[in-house]
Design a protein around this ligand. Structure first.
Ligand code: ZN
Length: 463
């Protein structure tokens, strides 16, 4: 399998660690609210990388962290509350309860969109000791310095490769850059916090060699990735918004602490917009997977919708496209139910060719639009039904669309359709053929194919 590596700006073969397994770390959710569909698209990327590697018969060790200690909002300004603590105020829960609640919500949402469970979900608050340890190492190696107030900062000028991931050079990072904290006491304006002094009002804080405080956000991922995957691992994924500063800072920390390159391949997913607009609370378009379900769509159809855009490109989510994806998944499942009984034959050359094309598309930097095209082509091809069934069932290991659902459970005929079927049988018994034809047309408009059998009218969903 080949993936685009943000670090080298090239599509490269994914190599395995020494024991043949592929090790992968994904920046997980900050658990103070439910994740939105844009976050889910990013998590789906790591799920797809994993499934694609597994399709090639490789074993993947996947770690997704849970950020349950606050960061981001105004950490720099005195006395400001972080996001965890703001959520706590809103919901009247303690910080640990908020984290517990939204960790559960995240795992549920991940299940709903068919994300395979990771090997580990380490929580930041369970790894404060590892973060302190790494901070101590960085101080020893002169990659960091402590301020009088008990904060510790990373010294970016001590790491000559700083900027290699985001292609930011220090002279390009002007003071006042929106991602840089302003603090006159820093040696360089791009220096970032490894450890911060806690305000007295702060609830989540820990003892450290530098006094009571809490870790910076970036050190969390360095400490946990190295702990669970070792000081050399294969793939690190995240959203494109994490390239700078989060992942740039992670490289400076991890590589600085261990003395060599830790991550081989950095993979980043593009943004998701809703009806061409940026998702924002103020616009009211921040959707969760529950919003998708409430509108009557199968959450797995959201996967198919995501597959139609290359993972590095910006995706435009629309409810119309969601509806089309939902119909497509349903239709494929219906066809699978029809093909179920067909004999499974020795594969024809045509089926082999389709299979090879599907696998090649997936392996080619996850070219899922092309892979989905091959699925569509297969469905309407003239290969025997049994072969179609086998191909789609095997591809579903990577697509994760539960394509065998109706083959397993059968499809249900809704009540209004059943009533028309009975009415048609009655019309036919009374030899009222015009009425019978009218009812056939009506059923057709409703998406049902009508077949006459010796037991009367039978229907199945139209292909
Ligand atoms: Zn991270």
């Amino acid at each position: 399998m080949r993936l685009y590596n943000t670090l080298t700006r090239q599509v490269e073969e994914v190599r395995s660690s020494s024991d043949g397994r592929v090790t992968m770390y994904t920046c997980g959710p900050t658990v103070y609210r439910p994740v939105h569909i844009g976050n889910l698209r990013t998590f789906l990327l790591s799920d797809m990388v994993r499934r694609a590697l597994e399709l090639e018969g490789r074993e993947v060790v996947q770690v997704i962290n849970i950020t349950d200690v606050g960061h981001m909002v105004d950490d720099s300004s005195e006395g400001a509350l972080d996001r965890m603590e703001l959520a706590m105020e809103d919901e009247g829960l303690g910080p640990w309860e908020i984290a517990e609640k939204y960790t559960r919500v995240f795992l549920d949402d991940a299940d709903k969109v068919g994300l395979l469970r990771a090997s580990e979900y380490p929580r930041a608050t369970d790894h404060i000791a590892e973060m302190i340890e790494m901070t101590r190492t960085l101080l020893e190696k002169d990659h960091a310095y402590a301020l009088d107030d008990g904060s510790v900062y990373y010294d970016v000028q001590s790491f000559p490769e700083y900027g290699k991931l985001s292609h930011n050079s220090l002279d390009k990072l002007q003071p006042g850059h929106r991602d840089l904290e302003a603090d006159d006491r820093k040696r360089h304006h791009a220096d970032f916090a490894l450890w911060k002094r806690a305000q007295p009002s702060r609830l989540m804080k820990w003892d450290s060699p530098w006094g009571e405080g809490f870790p910076g956000w970036h050190i969390e991922c360095s400490a946990m990735s190295v702990k669970y995957l070792g000081d050399r691992f294969d793939i690190h994924t995240g959203g494109v918004d994490l390239v700078f500063p989060h992942h740039e800072d992670e490289i400076a920390q991890s590589d600085g602490a261990v003395g060599h390159q830790v991550v081989s391949t950095w993979v980043h997913g593009g943004h998701l917009r809703v009806e061409r607009q940026k998702m924002a609370k103020s616009t009211g378009n921040v959707y969760t997977i529950d919003d998708v379900i409430e509108r009557g769509f199968d959450p797995l159809a959201f996967r198919l919708l995501c597959f139609q855009t290359r993972y590095r490109s910006e995706m435009n989510f629309t409810w119309d496209a969601m509806e089309v994806a939902d119909r497509t998944v349903t239709r494929w499942r219906q066809r699978m139910a029809e093909w179920k009984e067909a004999p499974r034959e020795v594969r024809s050359a045509e089926a082999e060719a389709l299979d090879a094309r599907f696998r090649e598309a997936v392996a080619d930097d996850l070219d899922l639009p092309r892979a989905v095209g091959v699925v569509g082509e297969t469905v309407s091809s003239s290969i025997p039904d049994g072969e179609k069934y086998e191909l789609l069932a095997s591809w579903d290991a990577v697509l994760g669309l539960d394509l065998e659902r109706m083959a397993r459970e059968g499809f249900e005929v809704p009540g209004d359709v059943r009533a028309l079927v009975e009415e048609r049988d009655a019309a036919r018994a009374a030899r009222d053929y015009p009425r019978s034809d009218e009812l056939r047309d009506r059923l057709g408009e409703m998406g049902w194919e009508v077949m006459d059998s010796s037991e009367g009218t039978r229907v199945r969903p139209l292909a």
